[in-house]
Design a protein around this ligand. Structure first.
Ligand code: FAD
Ligand code: SF4
Length: 531
């Protein structure tokens, strides 16, 4: 039976039609009442437009939690706009006349309201921005796309940073951002004398630290969110993932509470255990804030400020505060810069000529490779895995196997609650798959099972042995690692940062390497049959 809707299913909060000056378009990842879209907004003459459309959930086969977090946050945002007296043209998912896509929905609204102008903040996806531009041109109505001031670095500033550089590197960008914002600075020098404390942020898991973990604050779904969960089950029941554990922040207030909980309870150890992985502990010392930030419920300046305050008041050590701030002020801004600078061609990059399909177990977690079973299982349960699980387990395996970067991209865009293309694509295609030939990362993140053994407790419960490349119990990561190096030795030989790994490859005897390569071919055929 279709659940009865608590939200007002009619499309407008004001049934009386009146001439509309500006129609302000608000997408699901633009839930920011302080965004540039609202500058000059006049409640008497302007109207907000929001649409829940099935196409956004099915374009990639989205995890149920990813669909749910967008819808729940949008509905809460609509309410808060209406409370402020803003008229919202809102199309609910369950509305039988819902046309299923942004553009058909927009066309209908524009034809009915005949606004003088459309206004929006730049969308987080190139294709969507183009779609709106084309639609506005077809409709003969002006579209003003405003800068997204949620970010600390504008497109112009990123272009200025990139000007004249042969190669972009996050570290130099990050230093510039520190200088420009004054964050963690001591005069014109970095706080503590070093820009980066990454070397102190690579501890493997330590059982005593795991024992002291405090679970992150949960946000059990309220009535509105429960309604969304029921609708997601109804409309997207066949999609991957579970809603059983859905507890994400979906309002601005909850996002702030999640930040405070992180800063008090997990930030102090964030730096040290940033790269560690542990069975049954999906979040460890991570913040879980990416989704709230990407939906724009949380301002990155607020997260940076809270971490810096914790350091300055002695609540968190410098390596933790710096490590966290680097992710937001550095990586997050940097990947956005890369995305907009290189799209749309970026999406087609495949310098390693990887062609295989994604193994089916990425959608089920059913595999006897324990690290993948854990990381994918957790992803399906929560819509979350942390950076090292994404980069050095699921991403690494796809890289070593030779999966087509677009297939890998579609998986990452589908399965995480924080997935939005501007941030997902450079991380996946660039950082984890090296398909961009080194724009995002100076070398491929290629490693054997030994890395996973060092950084997790996964290997001790696995039927494979991380140190073995051949034999019945050879770890598939290790087999594929040597095969990957051999396969790409020519391409990678000009990269100085790969020389140690390539020298180690040369030490392998011919027979051993032949055996490894035959085993790798067998694995590729079994796990990712090309036809
Ligand atoms: P924490 O570990 O607590 O980090 C703090 C914050 O820093 C995050 O919330 C995030 O906003 C930011 N951050 C950290 N690393 C990065 C990074 N590499 N790029 C951009 N921001 C970063 N992040 C997304 O927000 N959306 C994605 O779709 C996404 N896809 C990814 C795909 C791959 C293959 C990889 C390797 C990384 C991806 N990341 C993505 C980056 C990172 O893994 C997530 O931001 C992080 O795991 C989210 O969990 P958290 O909020 O607990 O982060
Ligand atoms: Fe993963 Fe290999 Fe370790 Fe098994 S042995 S958990 S497959 S790295």
């Amino acid at each position: 039976m279709r659940p009865r809707s608590r939200t007002n299913p009619s499309h407008s909060s004001d049934s009386k039609e009146r001439p509309v000056r500006n129609l302000v378009l608000v997408l699901g990842d633009q839930l920011n009442e302080g965004s540039a879209a609202w500058e000059g907004f006049d409640k008497e003459r302007d109207v907000a437009w929001m649409a829940e459309v099935k196409g956004e959930a099915t374009r990639v086969w989205s995890h149920k939690s990813r669909v749910a977090i967008f819808l729940a946050a949008m509905r809460h945002f609509r309410r808060s706009l209406e409370k402020r007296g803003i008229r919202v043209e809102y199309r609910c998912l369950e509305d039988p006349s819902n046309r299923g896509g942004f553009i058909p929905e927009l066309v209908r609204t524009v034809q009915r309201l005949k606004p003088e102008r459309l206004i929006m903040v730049e969308p987080g996806e190139w294709q969507i921005r183009e779609g709106f531009r084309e639609a506005a041109a077809d409709l003969g109505v002006g579209l003003e796309i405003r800068n997204d001031t949620h970010f600390l670095c504008s497109h112009e500033e990123f272009a200025e940073h990139a000007r004249g550089r042969k190669q972009l590197r996050m570290e130099y960008f990050y230093r510039e951002m520190r200088r420009r914002t004054g964050v963690l600075m001591d005069g014109d020098q970095p706080e503590g004398g070093k820009w980066n404390y990454d070397a102190e942020n690579r501890s493997g898991p330590e059982p005593e630290a795991i024992g002291k973990l405090r679970p992150p604050r949960r946000f059990p779904p309220g009535a509105d969110t429960r309604e969304v969960l029921a609708q997601v089950e109804e409309f997207f029941g066949g999609h991957p993932g579970s809603l059983e554990h859905f507890d994400w922040p979906v309002t601005r207030e909850q996002a702030e509470q999640a930040l405070q909980d992180f800063v008090q309870n997990r930030l102090p150890s964030f730096g040290r255990y940033q790269d560690a992985m542990w069975t049954g502990e999906p979040y460890l010392y991570h913040s879980r804030l990416a989704a709230a930030m990407n939906l724009k419920l949380l301002d990155p300046r607020r997260a940076i400020e809270a971490a810096e305050d914790a350091y300055r008041s002695g609540q968190a050590p410098l390596n933790a505060a710096e490590g966290f701030i680097r992710q937001i002020l550095g990586w997050r801004e940097y990947v956005r810069g890369v995305y907009w600078r290189y799209m749309p061609d970026y999406l087609e990059q495949n310098v390693l000529d990887a062609r295989l399909p994604l193994p089916d177990f990425y959608w089920t977690g059913e595999t006897d490779l324990n690290c993948l079973h854990q990381a994918i299982g957790q992803t399906l349960q929560y819509g979350y895995s942390h950076h090292i699980q994404r980069l050095m387990v699921t991403g690494l395996f796809a890289l070593l196997l030779g999966v087509h970067p677009k297939a890998v991209h579609e998986w990452y865009l589908a399965v995480y609650v924080d997935a939005v293309e501007w941030v997902e694509l450079p991380n996946t295609l660039g950082m984890s798959q090296f398909a961009d030939g080194g724009i995002m990362a100076s070398k491929p993140y290629a490693a054997s099972g030994r890395y996973i053994e060092r950084m997790s407790n996964y290997c001790k419960d696995c039927r494979y042995h991380p140190g073995r490349a051949i034999g019945d119990d050879a770890c598939p990561f290790t087999t594929l690692y040597w095969d990957f190096l051999a396969r790409h030795a020519d391409t990678l030989s000009s990269n100085g940062r790969m020389s140690l790994q390539l020298r180690n490859l040369k030490r392998k005897g011919t027979d051993e390497l032949r055996e490894i390569r035959a085993k790798a071919a067998e694995l590729q055929e079994r796990l990712a049959p090309s036809s």
